[in-house]
Design a binder for this molecule. Structure first.
Ligand code: DGL
Length: 296
């Protein structure tokens, strides 16, 4: 047995897969990625200090997305999965153009979501997402590329992600809000959960969806698509030791507590990142300031 004060064994260098979301929701995607590819190392970044993104303007989302993706590449990732539908729908092309190369890739969730929906629909897909996601119509555009005949109806549900962030998914408020939004669809046969937070509301949404409507969480298809991509580019996401690091721009204690519900298992100690001069930097051991703060 090693002496009690001996240093822990050095970890071998790792090329983790980066997973990025505006907050907790992308942990539902990470859960599927870890299920399908458990030996990879992952770094998850939840920008929960600045979430929700769904009501923000496009320029702000692009700024936040750049900072988060740069942080993940700075952590040694060679591929970043943008798990957030809001970012994926408005900023993916920009991120790919700015950071993508033979050595670095940025992948999104909108095409896998469209593929999963087109594969099961009988002709009319309902898509529930944030206000910004729905305003982009990116999901509808991707469905049209796959099928000229399938109809898409989109409904913005701006209250749902904040309810989940508050851990209120099993409350009457969540059920009422779900009923109000789902009630706006007419004649759909498939309902896509177009926000990473909504799988936690699946019970509430299924309870109010009309009989015969299939409620679809695209996360398993995102993971399946990623696994197929990795077959082609193994060097960009090599096998590691199944390690996980979690970064958050919000309260790290709260992120660890809430995050376990999304990931389906306990999170490792969450590391804090904060904006410093237009970049997201690791800010270890930073306590929340009490009272007033005067800048030098
Ligand atoms: N994670 C975001 C998405 O998937 C929803 C939450 C937000 O508005 O930030 O669209």
């Amino acid at each position: 047995m090693p002496p009690a004060d001996s240093a822990p064994p050095a970890l071998s260098p790792s090329t983790p897969v980066g997973v990025y979301d505006s907050g907790y929701g992308g942990l539902t995607v990470l859960r599927q990625l870890r299920r399908v590819l458990p030996t990879l190392d992952y770094v998850y970044l939840g920008d929960s200090g600045r979430a929700p993104y769904g009501g923000r303007d496009v320029d702000t989302i692009l700024d936040f997305a750049e900072q988060c993706v740069e942080r993940l590449f700075g952590e040694g990732c060679r591929v970043v999965v943008v798990a957030c539908h809001t970012v994926s729908c408005v900023a993916l092309r920009h991120l790919q153009h700015r950071y993508g190369s033979a050595e670095r890739r940025v992948l999104g969730v909108t095409i896998p979501a469209a593929e999963a929906a087109v594969a099961v629909t009988r002709g009319h897909i309902g898509f529930l997402g944030t206000a910004r996601t729905v305003a982009s119509h990116t999901f509808r555009t991707e469905v049209r590329k796959l099928s000229a005949t399938v109809r898409v109806s989109e409904v913005a549900a701006p209250l749902l992600a904040p309810l989940v962030e508050e851990a209120w998914e099993e409350t009457d408020i969540a059920r009422l809000a779900a009923a109000r939004y789902v009630g706006q669809f007419d004649g759909i046969d498939t309902l896509v959960l177009g926000c990473t937070h909504y799988p936690l509301l699946e019970n509430a949404i299924c309870a109010v969806a009309p009989a015969g409507v299939q409620v679809l969480n695209p996360a398993p298809q995102v993971a399946a698509r990623f696994a197929a991509w990795r077959e082609k580019y193994p060097a960009l996401a090599p096998a590691g030791g199944g390690r996980l690091r979690v970064l958050s721009s919000g309260d790290v204690g709260r992120f660890a507590r809430h995050g376990a519900r999304f990931l389906g298992e306990d999170l490792p100690p969450v590391e804090h990142v904060g904006e410093r001069h237009g970049r997201l930097a690791l800010c270890p051991d930073e306590a929340e300031p009490l009272g007033q703060v005067v800048r030098e």
